[in-house]
Design a protein around this ligand. Structure first.
Ligand SMILES: *Cc1c(COP(=O)(O)O)cnc(C)c1O
Length: 469
């Protein structure tokens, strides 16, 4: 199968090209023109990795041996099947996607993605750039640490991530990895990334040093692919138990995870509805409820679920494309660019609502869900509970381990401020009888005293200087 650009299907790329250079000519995103049908029930007895391989093969991208190798990266996860599906009520499961090395669902895609990119770039050198609101950064850095032909430059909004996420990144500041704190919020950081990716002069300067540029953000189809599998796999387990279609609730920001659920549904997974959970930055719930994507007068709010503090939700474009085709997608994306909003017609909105529901959760509601939960759930996962209907078989998608968000957990559970993060972290672990990974607990000993914060106009130079080393 070849992939096509969401704004013009005449622009095509095979899987490898789209993975190495995700920048399509007209500014759109490479996407499948038609998703393949996949008969998951036939494979419901398989292990997660074997099931994953079958699902990937249904796309007919080729590279079967390589995909097999890529999926082996799940073997270092701390659960035998990469994900852990936990029953919390008669019909309710939590799908824990954070058993990888950086304790967030980003590892599900970035661990195998690293293997693919490393292989595809055997005969050239690559600079991977990423912008992160907290979890993509550590997962990308971890995926590429100590590789010879790959460098990573990772930007995050200063103060826009949890402190543990920042420590995770700083701990990975190795020879081939560069970590930059940016003055501004996540949308600002993402804008710097987009500008650099499309800047000819920057590319030329990298070329002089023999490097090509690549983006590892969730717009890369090579990541989306791995985010289809766990939704399909989990919904199949519930289908086998209840013989009823399931609801999947997904804490959403850039819409990569939820898009994976949508693709799974289109491929044949027994999914009734995909429920999109947002935080106070509720642009997605407005979109799915009213059919308007409106950036006017919206200011990004800082919440206790920073990975969802996003207004420009990039993967919505792939949904528009799948539903309404390239011409309409191009038209809507141009409207968004030129007038900062677009409106769907009634029929289009109805079509979205056949597959999706959406709502948002303010911080105080989230904290209540954290406090009332019997197990520790992180602030992102907590946004799901508002939309939970316990009379229906449902999967709550859990996107991060609580360990990355100690101050918010303390505030929610003990209703006080966190004073010493390390101490409070231990306190929570003890209270809930949890074992803490050495990798996480030792991060608290890092010292960030001489951290530099970059202004947007300094980033390009900072990266080019580092590339000379
Ligand atoms: C990235 C992330 C999200 C949002 O996922 P999208 O694919 O961007 O919608 C939610 N929760 C956590 C913990 C994340 O790291």
């Amino acid at each position: 199968m070849t992939l096509v650009e969401s704004r013009n299907i005449n622009n095509k790329a095979d899987f490898k090209e789209a993975l190495i250079n995700p920048n399509a000519p007209q500014g759109g995103l490479y996407s499948p023109l038609n998703l393949p049908y996949f008969d998951g029930e036939k494979y419901s007895e398989l292990s997660y990795n074997d099931f994953a391989l079958k699902l990937i093969e249904s796309f007919e991208f080729g590279y079967e041996e390589l995909f097999k190798k890529a999926l082996q990266s799940y073997e270092k996860f701390d659960h035998h099947s990469a994900i852990e599906l936990k029953k919390i009520d008669d019909k309710i499961y939590i799908n824990e996607l954070w058993h990888g090395p950086t304790r967030a669902f980003k590892d599900m895609a970035l661990q195998p993605f690293g293997v693919l990119l490393n292989e595809f770039s055997k005969d050239k050198k690559i600079l991977i750039m990423c912008a992160t609101s907290g979890d993509t950064g550590p997962a990308t850095l971890k995926s590429f640490e100590n590789l010879e032909n790959i460098r990573v430059a990772c930007m995050y909004p200063n103060g826009g991530t949890s402190s543990l996420q920042e420590l995770q990144m700083r701990a990975l500041d190795k020879d081939n990895l560069k970590v930059l704190a940016i003055e501004g919020n996540f949308d600002d950081t993402q804008r710097i990334l987009k500008n650099l990716l499309s800047k000819e002069e920057f590319r030329k300067n990298l070329k002089i040093q023999d490097y090509e540029l690549c983006a590892a953000n969730s717009v890369n189809f090579g990541r989306i692919l791995f985010q289809i599998i766990y939704h399909y796999y989990a919904s199949l387990k519930l289908w086998n138990e209840f013989k009823e279609k399931v609801e999947i609730i997904v804490p959403s920001g850039n819409f990569g995870n939820a898009l994976g659920a949508y693709y799974a549904k289109k491929m044949g997974a027994k999914i009734a509805k995909i429920k999109i959970a947002s935080n106070a930055n509720n642009i997605l719930s407005e979109f799915f409820n009213e059919g308007v994507y409106d950036l006017r007068d919206k200011i990004l709010k800082k919440t206790i679920s920073p990975a969802m503090d996003i207004l420009i939700s990039s993967n919505i474009e792939r949904l528009l494309f799948d539903k309404f085709g390239d011409l309409r997608t191009n038209e809507l994306m141009n409207l968004l660019k030129n007038q900062n909003y677009f409106t769907l017609n009634q029929k289009e909105l109805q079509s979205l609502q056949e597959d999706f529901e959406a709502d948002f959760c303010e911080d105080n509601e989230c904290m209540r869900f954290i406090k009332e939960s019997k197990t520790l759930i992180d602030p992102h996962t907590a946004t799901c509970f508002k939309m939970l209907d316990i009379s229906k078989p449902s999967i709550i998608t859990s996107t991060a381990e609580w360990t990355k968000f100690t101050p918010s957990m303390i505030k929610a559970i003990f209703e006080r401020d966190c004073i010493d993060e390390k101490e409070d972290f231990r306190l929570l672990a003890k209270k809930f009888n949890l074992e803490i990974k050495e990798e996480i607990s030792k991060l608290f000993d890092l010292n960030l005293k001489d951290k530099r914060v970059c202004k947007s106009e300094e980033v390009e130079n900072e990266i080019l200087e580092w590339m000379k080393k």
